[in-house]
Design a protein around this ligand. Structure first.
Ligand code: NAD
Ligand code: UFG
Length: 333
């Protein structure tokens, strides 16, 4: 049994679905601050806050969970620069509360949603896991702080872990059941899709970066490929493997302009744009070396191309212009 914190959110819901398909039983634990009841897809949903050690202990005990996948966090990089208190509380205090609950309930396998934001400004690209960690925003710092706590929790309480440092999660469930629904939405692909559909012009946050077209480079990885990495990671822990850290990215850098071009091809409409200031806390380029997860877990992205990722995202947005609110209305809530 796996307790999936943040399982009503974007990556957590896709991962819970993949776990179910792989034969695992799943309980979702989420406070629905950014998640959606409908995204749990019928899995048991425990409503609670991960900072509440007692509630997490109860959920582990009552479900009989032997592993926790921890997605529940805040993830707006720019907001973390303005509000480090909130980010340290939700992301660091939240993770420590879960680990405390796990130690108390003898639940000893932990898969952690980390981020490439732990690296900061790259001194080497593509980024290997051995790259120095020097986050340039509070968000990345909270992720690194959790990673750094994990060896202590393993020594003292026997909790083994896999930290997955995702690059930019994107796309949507190819079956069309799940997709990205953040409010407000700050991620580049859904914002570009909204602009293509006649929304406000898309703001390009900085066109003066030292990159090939002046815009930031990122490594967009399909959310179902991320979900697959989680299934493999927990399988690895259940087989008794040692704790480790993996990058999860496609190793392909795409600029903001590449994203806009892919959106225009997929949607068949122009994306109106305007140049805006750089966003605080944004490194110029982040893309992965995923050699370690490929070699150790056999993970290979099944949907790596930017156009496939954008097309899957578009299918979801077109079918759900109001996100999960549509599904809620259909089911009468
Ligand atoms: P999301 O906001 O869609 O999902 C997060 C879920 O956690 C939401 O359902 C929210 O309600 C829940 N949550 C937040 N705080 C909580 C709390 N205190 N108690 C209980 N539930 C809480 O975000 P996502 O894009 O699915 O990201 C999931 C994880 O992946 C996060 O930890 C994020 O930092 C990490 N990550 C995301 C990306 C990305 O590109 N989206 C990249 C790297 C890492
Ligand atoms: N961008 C724009 N305009 C927008 C939105 C984004 O130009 O309206 C740019 C950003 O400046 C950045 C790129 O598009 O250069 C990607 O931005 P996102 O907000 O989509 O993603 P981030 O790279 O900032 O952050 C995401 C997740 C984090 C994760 C990080 C790792 O939100 O959790 O990827 O890179 F840590």
């Amino acid at each position: 049994m796996i307790l999936v914190t943040g399982g009503a959110g974007y990556i957590g819901s896709h991962s819970a679905k993949a776990l179910g398909r792989a034969g695992y039983r799943v309980v979702v634990f989420d406070n629905l601050s950014a998640g959606h009841r409908e995204a749990a897809l019928g899995a048991q949903l425990v409503e609670g806050d991960v900072r509440d050690v007692g509630a997490v202990r109860r959920a582990i005990r009552e479900s009989g969970a032997d592993a926790v996948m921890h997605f529940a966090a805040w993830l707006d990089v720019a907001a973390s620069v303005r509000d480090p208190v909130g980010y340290y509380r939700n992301n660091l205090v939240g993770a420590l509360a879960i680990l405390e609950a796990m130690a108390a309930e003898a639940c000893r396998q932990f898969v952690f949603s980390s981020s490439c934001a732990v690296y900061g400004e790259p001194v080497e690209l593509p980024l290997p896991e051995t790259h120095p960690t020097a986050p340039v925003n509070a968000y990345g710092q909270t992720k690194l702080a959790v990673e750094q706590a994990l060896p202590h929790f393993e020594r003292a309480y026997g909790i083994r872990s896999v930290s997955l440092r995702y690059f930019n999660a994107a796309g949507a469930d190819p079956d069309g059941e799940l997709g990205e629904d953040h409010s407000p939405e700050f991620h580049v692909i859904p914002r570009a899709l909204a602009a293509a559909q006649g929304g406000a012009p898309f703001e390009i946050f900085g066109e003066d970066y030292p990159t090939r077209d002046g815009t930031c480079l990122r490594d967009y990885v399909h959310v179902t490929d991320l979900a697959d990495a989680h299934v493999r990671a927990v399988g690895h822990l259940q087989d008794g493997a040692a704790s480790t850290t993996y990058n999860v990215g496609t190793e392909r850098p795409s600029s903001v302009r590449d994203v806009l071009a892919a959106v225009e091809r997929v949607v068949g409409r122009r994306v109106p744009t305007k140049t805006a200031l750089r966003r605080p806390g944004d490194p110029a380029a982040l893309f992965a070396s995923s050699a370690r997860i490929r070699e150790n877990l056999g993970w290979v992205p099944a949907r790596p191309g930017l156009e496939t990722i954008v097309a899957d995202a578009w299918r979801w947005h077109e079918a759900h212009p109001r996100g999960f609110a549509m599904a809620a209305r259909r089911s009468g809530r």
